[in-house]
Design a protein around this ligand. Sequence first.
Ligand SMILES: CCCCCCCCCCCCCC(=O)SCCNC(=O)CCNC(=O)[C@H](O)C(C)(C)COP(=O)(O)OP(=O)(O)OC[C@H]1O[C@@H](n2cnc3c(N)ncnc32)[C@H](O)[C@@H]1OP(=O)(O)O
Length: 160
Amino acid sequence: MKGIQDYYPDHFAQCYGCGRLNEHGHQIKTNWNGAETITKFVPKTYHTAIPGFVYGGLLASLIDCHGTGSAALALAKAKNIVLDKSNAPRCVTASLQVKYLKPTPIGSEIEIKGIISEITERKVKVSCELFADDMLCVTGEVIAVLVPDNFGKPKNANLQ
Ligand SMILES: CCCCCCCCCCCCCC(=O)SCCNC(=O)CCNC(=O)[C@H](O)C(C)(C)COP(=O)(O)OP(=O)(O)OC[C@H]1O[C@@H](n2cnc3c(N)ncnc32)[C@H](O)[C@@H]1OP(=O)(O)O
């Protein structure tokens, strides 16, 4: 299934967490699920913290990119942007806070829900809840900021 990440321009599609063009990355897909957003991911055994449980850095990474993806969806909706090939708004993480409530069991599908708790012209706050085996294991708060199309490109890129 496609997600908002499939509508990022190639320049913004290399992210380790969500870039569709990063063959080594997680390539998560973020979509609306009613008024909330959702993504799913199945950790591999090499994502282990201790046997049976998922490494926390991976979980933070998934929340990070689900947060920025949710922010992009919310901004697209607020600005009435009809998603086409590569016209999704692009957001970068300004802040990421993660709380690990319970060890996250490995071996089943993880589901992350996102709730848009605040949205302005440039900034979106997303509250995330990460579930494994229907158990709430991690919560997170992402502040994502809209970036211009030339973000991260060399300043003289259009001179080349
Ligand atoms: C390397 C990045 C790649 C990006 C690819 C993108 C596409 C892929 C997507 C996948 C990405 C995957 C994820 C990744 O891995 S993204 C990689 C990790 N993130 C970064 O490297 C971001 C580095 N930081 C910056 O570039 C700038 O500081 C940004 C752009 C974030 C803001 O600087 P800028 O000068 O432009 O904006 P502003 O200062 O006018 O602030 C604007 C608003 O934001 C609020 N605010 C700012 N900072 C914070 C903070 N720390 N806590 C709370 N709030 C903060 C601020 O109060 C204001 O709010 P308001 O007063 O309006 O209410």
